[in-house]
Design a protein around this ligand. Structure first.
Ligand SMILES: Cc1ncc(COP(=O)(O)O)c(C=O)c1O
Length: 476
């Protein structure tokens, strides 16, 4: 398109069609290959220094280079046995929806630019708000790039709603020791430094201790500070635990604080028969919900939902003179009035498209499979000698460690790290470590709708075999 030769467009069309076939072939065979495709250091160095040619190259060559030398390498987070971090088992339907949205490349910042697309996104936000139990008359939201941006957007709205500007320097926020780091990062970005971020301890089930929260708020008020937000988690990244949302809401109501719920991972449970796990979420002021996690969307797609649209408008509505032609209706709310972005892709379309094709029931079945996978993993672990379940199956997660006799705590940390590395090197499954209660533990987060019981149990059996081998090597 950016060349005067129109024949180039035909070349691009042919290459695109070929690429789609290649991609589907890759996806068909992905889970019989390794979970990670690691390039050599020399290959990386060579790619980094390939440079930019003065004259353009043959399209075919560059496509081949992209496919073979570049994009094929990395963690295959959509592999059926990738169980690290929060995996990204992308639905092919989402990918197609993404292609359609990207193909038309609508500027989705304003209603005028894509009226029907906006109607789809608005309707979808309304549907998601209803799932969260937010009031239909006032609730609203926006699509953003990910959980970090959703949390960031929420915390700006929280600050602007609760505090006068002269109090920003005294602002205090409350998280738990299990809250995702993107929240502290967002707080720092809005000027709430670590010295004014209170980390409330969790109980034995990794849930925020509400009594400690209430005491911390009281102490901060007594010290002349300005508490403004509590960040509760609905599905922590480490263990899938859900904070006591109803109790936290009561504290927030009593203290006049904003309640933000980080449901980047766990909010998808609202679409399933396990939705009661999130009881009390309807009392929150805002909720982050990632579609590129447990709704199987391509990156990047996340929602921030709020109880009251005015709170987003207060923080983000801006009316530059050069956009007034698109804002002649004073009551019109454009997406750019509801979040930090001006130009934005139509992120909600692919999620709508996916839900249209799968239906609510199809989506619920896929999410619920994650619960079953975690239970199978826990069941297998409980039959495995020397395996300790540190945090039982919650949502799609289970945390555990191998603790054979005769090794010190430090050695056990080393052992479990080695077990993860052995598994990654084998290519069979992606299982990584995290830390709980000061100990290194192995963590499974299994949300791929096509992972089988056999694969789940085999993953645990292989981990146990590595643990035996490595423990023997460490003792030797
Ligand atoms: C609970 C939670 N919040 C926020 C995030 C950050 O989301 P993102 O990576 O989409 O920015 C994550 C990521 O794993 C998460 O698990």
């Amino acid at each position: 398109m950016y060349t005067r030769e129109t024949s180039m467009e035909q070349d691009v069309e042919r290459a695109a069609v070929r690429f789609v076939c290649d991609l589907f072939e890759r996806n068909r065979t992905l889970s019989s290959g390794p979970v990670i495709n690691e390039p050599t250091a020399a290959a990386l160095d060579e790619i980094e220094h390939r440079g930019i040619p003065a004259e353009g190259r043959e399209l075919e060559d560059v496509v081949a280079e992209m496919e073979h030398d570049i994009i094929g390498y990395g963690y295959n987070a959509d592999h059926a046995r990738f169980m690290g971090f929060v995996p990204g088992p992308t639905s092919a339907i989402s990918w197609l929806g993404d292609m359609i949205a990207a193909g038309y490349n609508r500027h989705a910042g304003s209603v005028a630019n894509y009226p029907a697309g906006h109607a789809v996104e608005k309707g979808l936000i309304g549907w998601l708000c209803a799932k969260a139990g937010f009031p239909a008359e006032t609730a609203s939201g926006t699509f953003v790039s990910g959980g970090s941006m959703a949390n960031f957007t929420a915390l700006i709205a929280a600050r602007d709603t609760i505090l006068d500007e002269e109090d920003w320097g005294r602002a205090v926020a409350y998280v738990s020791d299990q809250t995702h780091s993107s929240n502290a990062k967002a707080l720092r970005m809005i000027g709430v430094t670590d010295a004014r971020i209170r980390i409330i301890p969790t109980d034995g089930a990794y849930r925020m201790k509400t009594d400690e929260l209430a005491s911390a708020i009281a102490a901060d008020r007594a010290a002349g500070l300005a508490p403004f937000v509590v960040i509760a988690s609905a599905g922590t990244t480490n263990t899938g635990s859900v904070d006591p949302l109803r109790e936290i809401a009561a504290v927030c109501r009593a203290e006049g604080l904003w309640m933000h719920v980080d449901g980047a991972f766990g909010a998808s449970v609202l679409l399933t028969r396990y939705r009661d796990m999130l009881d009390g979420v309807e009392l929150a002021d805002s909720l982050s919900w990632d579609a590129h996690k447990w709704l199987f969307q391509t990156y990047s797609c996340s929602m921030l939902l709020v109880r009251d649209e005015h709170t987003l408008l207060k923080s983000f509505s801006a009316h530059p003179e050069y956009l007034k032609d698109l804002e002649d209706d004073a009551d019109l709310v454009n997406p750019w009035d509801l979040g930090p972005e001006l130009t934005r892709p139509a992120r909600g379309l692919k999620l709508w498209f996916t839900l249209q094709v799968m239906g609510e029931k199809g989506m619920a079945d896929c999410i619920e499979h994650g619960f079953t996978l975690a239970r199978w993993a826990e069941d297998e672990l409980r039959q495995t000698p020397d395996a300790e379940v540190v945090a039982p199956a919650q949502m799609a997660m289970v945390n555990f460690r191998f603790a054979p006799e005769g090794l010190s705590e430090e050695e056990l940390d080393e052992l479990n790290l080695r077990v993860s590395r052995c598994m990654l090197e084998s290519g069979y499954a992606g299982v990584f470590t995290t830390e709980l209660g000061g100990k290194k533990v192995l963590r499974i987060c299994a949300i791929h709708p096509r992972t089988s019981e056999d694969e789940m149990r085999e993953t645990v059996r292989r981990l146990a075999a590595y643990a035996r081998e490595e423990a023997a090597a460490m003792r030797a």
